[in-house]
Ligand binder design. Structure first.
Ligand SMILES: Nc1ncnc2c1ncn2[C@@H]1O[C@H](COP(=O)(O)OP(=O)(O)OP(=O)(O)O)[C@@H](O)[C@H]1O
Ligand SMILES: [Mg+2]
Length: 308
């Protein structure tokens, strides 16, 4: 339903979004995964019309979104990264305000608000001023506000940042419910595990570029059945480089002053690998082993961890 083609957005000399293309299909939760500064919010702001792209096209159900009409925008809901609520008002008043902007009134807005309060688990506290809410409650109300007008496509910009694990768990459940009720979701996050839990298809973005795109299974194939072994410590560089000659299927991915990254098939034993490191004179401060996951895909693609 949402098609983005060759989208580019620059801030002066910085290309924040660099010729990205992807498609979000009707009814899916599409993950948009990347570290700080990757270009996620910039992309969302281009989709919802807050920013004008430098080039590229964005269509929703084949209708142009850039410079496009409010009619198309009615189909779209945005939940911004920063919570946008009136602290002095209660939940109902906040939702009435947002509903009013979309021209909702009377019985229609009343029943819509009740539905959203139930969905987000805020019904009990609906008459309390937002300033008394926990971070998680504010985030849930923020989400309700973004979908007051029953958009068909919901853009969520890192909705779980800064909330505790339990609130996060609730939030993910609510998002699943929203999707199950037929809303298509573009889900932005820098948490690999959230993308793994929620998303059928996803794109990994870094420095404004899409590095990988597809179903989780497809993306997983980038690392295949390989573990990533990261060693920090003191070692001889040329010996570290020649290690793959000594162990079949061991691949050197990146090497720095005090850190080296290898990939090793699941079938090879860690013990043999460790023995070899010690024989080659490695003084190991830390060894981390990453099982195949989206996390290890990111490390393989960029040589660094997602949460740098
Ligand atoms: N208004 C702006 N003016 C100049 N540069 C900007 C502006 N907004 C964002 N940037 C830069 O563009 C790049 C992409 O930023 P963006 O906010 O889209 O990233 P993000 O993926 O949403 O990151 P985060 O996870 O921190 O929210 C960054 O390098 C950022 O510093
Ligand atoms: Mg952002």
């Amino acid at each position: 339903m949402l098609q983005i083609t060759d989208l580019t957005k620059k801030y002066k000399d910085l290309t924040a979004v660099d010729r990205i293309s992807f498609q979000v299909n009707q009814g899916e939760i599409f993950g948009f995964l990347g570290p700080n500064g990757a270009g996620k919010t910039t992309t969302i702001n281009c989709i919802c019309g807050l920013l004008k792209p430098d080039s590229g096209t964005i269509t929703l159900d084949d209708q142009d979104m850039i410079g496009g009409g409010n009619r198309v925008r009615q189909m779209l809901g945005v939940v911004p990264q920063e919570v946008a609520l009136y602290e002095e008002f209660n939940a109902i008043e906040n939702l009435q305000f947002w509903g009013g902007l979309y021209g909702l009134k009377g019985a229609a807005i009343k029943s819509r608000i009740q539905k959203l309060l139930d969905l987000t688990g805020l019904a009990d506290r609906a008459k309390e001023a937002v300033k008394n809410y926990s971070g998680g409650m504010k985030r849930r109300l923020n989400m309700a506000a973004g979908m007051i007008h029953e958009p068909r496509l919901l853009l969520l910009d890192e909705p779980t940042v800064g909330i505790d694990p339990q609130a996060r768990h609730q939030m993910l459940d609510t998002i699943r419910q929203i999707a199950a009720q037929g809303t298509t979701i573009l889900y932005t996050t820098h948490y690999m595990d959230e993308a793994e839990q929620l998303c059928s298809r996803l794109a990994i973005i870094d420095h404004g570029r899409i590095l990988a795109l597809g179903t989780q299974q497809e993306i997983q194939q980038i690392v295949g059945e390989n573990r990533l072994m990261k060693i920090t410590g003191t070692f001889d560089k040329s010996r570290a480089e020649s290690l793959p000659d000594k162990m079949k299927n061991l691949v050197l991915l990146s090497i720095q002053e005090n850190e080296v990254l290898y990939s090793l098939p699941m079938k090879e034993t860690t013990g043999t690998f460790l023995e070899m490191l010690i024989k080659s004179g490695f003084e190991i401060d830390n060894l981390s082993i990453r099982e195949p996951s989206l996390d290890s895909v990111f490390i393989k693609l960029t040589g660094r961890e997602l949460r740098d």
